[in-house]
Design a protein around this ligand. Sequence first.
Ligand code: PLP
Length: 711
Amino acid sequence: MALNRGSSPTSSIFKKQKHSPSSPPTAASYLSALSQADARARNAQRGTPTSTPALSLSSSLTTSTEDTVLTEEDGGNSDGLAIPVGKPPNSEQLYTTVHTEFGHCYNEEYRHISQHPQGAPVPRHVEQDPPYYILFSTYISYLILIVLGHLRDFLGKRFRAQSYKHLTPHDGYAPLNSDFDSFYTRRLKKRMDECFLQPVTGVAGRTISLLDRYTPDCNQTQIILDTRTRALNVSSYNYLGFAQARGGCADAVEESMKRYGVTSCGSRLEGGSTDLHTLAESVVAKFVGMEAAVISSMGFATNSTFIPALVSKGCLIISDELNHSSIRFGARSSGAHVRMFKHNDMEALESLLREAISQGQPKTHRPWKKILLIVEGMYSMEGTMVDLPSVLMLKEKYKFYLFVDEAHSIGAIGPHGRGVCDYFGVDPRKVDVLMGTFTKSFGASGGYLSGNKALIDRLRIRGYSGAYTEAIAPPVLTQIIASMASIMSIDDDGSVPGAIKLGLHPSSSSSTLHQVVDYPHPGPISQRALPHWLSLPLPLASGAEGLMRLRRLSFNSYYLHRGLDKLGFITYGHPSSPIVPLLLFNPAKMIMFHRMMKDRKTPIVIVVVAYPATPLVTSRVRFCDVDQLNHYHHPTKSQHFFPPCRSPESRIERVKARKAEEAAARQKAAQEARERACWAQQQEEEEAVGRGGNRYLTGGNSLESEGNLPK
Ligand SMILES: Cc1ncc(COP(=O)(O)O)c(C=O)c1O
């Protein structure tokens, strides 16, 4: 398996691949053909055909910051990334954002409300198994790579000892790093480094600039070129597209820097707490529907430093087997006993709870001091959603504390964007601790923990973040406040002039929602609860844009899930999930898929995820920023990207029909050949007879036979 493609600076690694016409029609080649059709359609539509790669803004760009900023005019629009193609907006739909940062989509049909139908059972996620030959080839590939890797290590340690010094005992020192992870990194991952750690520049919005690079030595080093490729971005966590360099939130951030500077220069407990921190915490608490919240400058640290403040020795943590490493880290360092249950399996959870409660602590069998169940709202590698109603039923029955990590669900799902509780229409206060991060939906960074006031006040003092780490920076706080307020809408008895009353608050019309939630929804935020200097443009302040972003994300998530399923790919996850994992399995496919996406007429940058983030054989590609896929939502183009009704069954039928047609054509050709041979023979016989004078034997038939000539 040739995974390395050493290339020279002149032959860029991003050069278009030549696909052999005789290659078998795989899903990949099918997609590639679709992309070409897509590009042709776009060119035909505009009447400006181009033969150069559409997105390549590669040039003599300098390293100044200017080259990271793409304006609507830059680089033309042959790829459709700089300005929207298709139906232009009408005069009321003025662009308030740059299309490359947040894609415009004014078609109201491409909206969907992310909501669980009331009373409907929560569907269980069923993992699709790949065909055996896929598994077989995957295992064989890894086997070959592992055997070759060990062989090279074995020989290398003997014949090139100096280069392998760090892997062998030397000068009385033990090898520092010689475990399987080291082997995996050197012998497997390095071969595929092209699809990992892609350096980028500029705003990670709807599009992103890739820094072109090449490797002269089989991925030992990567050399960054001075050219860039702008690509459609489905790799960043920017679910609602709030990570923008321009627009209402960015203006607010700029204003905050003038007032507060870049950092507050201290930890929360030691001089780093500004009024903006307190304000942001109250906005977060209001957003998630809890009494209080504490924020920390890093999402990972929110889990890893606050979980030890919640539980300790003598406590039990029950953790989903696929919980994020920040949760595992926090759980381990808390000193509590940790038990894991099968991912999202409520029966397994209940039987574990029964066993744990009946047996108590190991050896002493004393009752646990407390039991804390930790689950995620949305699982980042699987795209699966927690079965919250069932978990809450178990909580009622077995009286454990519940901690839900909403890193990927807050701001991304639910009719009001308030996460899993909102999605299921459950009162968030039924959950003891709601944790989340600002990195995924709010275009910021950091994390929060929310719960009742007594708990949060205690966590402020006990969590390591409070005393030992820098407080979250004021510009980041402003981004959090501004984006959350845009989703909530600002309301202060009409203080937002012309604000649209959205059907979100129970008191207002909720005709768009087909579910009555069983809790008093927090609704809009008061202008008085925000910094007095914060002034958002009307579309943001009214909540109209936030709502539109939420519904677009929901539509795109469903659309992408369905489209990929129809194309016959194996995907995981809940259809509402903004993360859409597509299973690749085979290690060679990771790099191929990555290249194919980048080699499209409109390059697409994706994230390929492999071991140790996933099991060794289930490597996958994760489509994240699906909010930005509106690029493909023009009526003609959507059909190019995901042709309608292309289920695997219909594809098989189409292949069968095509084969039948080919067989019929072959039969016809054979028949014609036979007739030609027959006719030639007749001619010869006629000539022979003519030469012999026996013309009467053929007579007038010669004309008839002429009429029977095969055409
Ligand atoms: C479930 C979960 N919790 C916590 C985090 C850490 O968040 P951050 O990246 O903001 O540090 C992540 C990161 O992806 C996550 O997926």
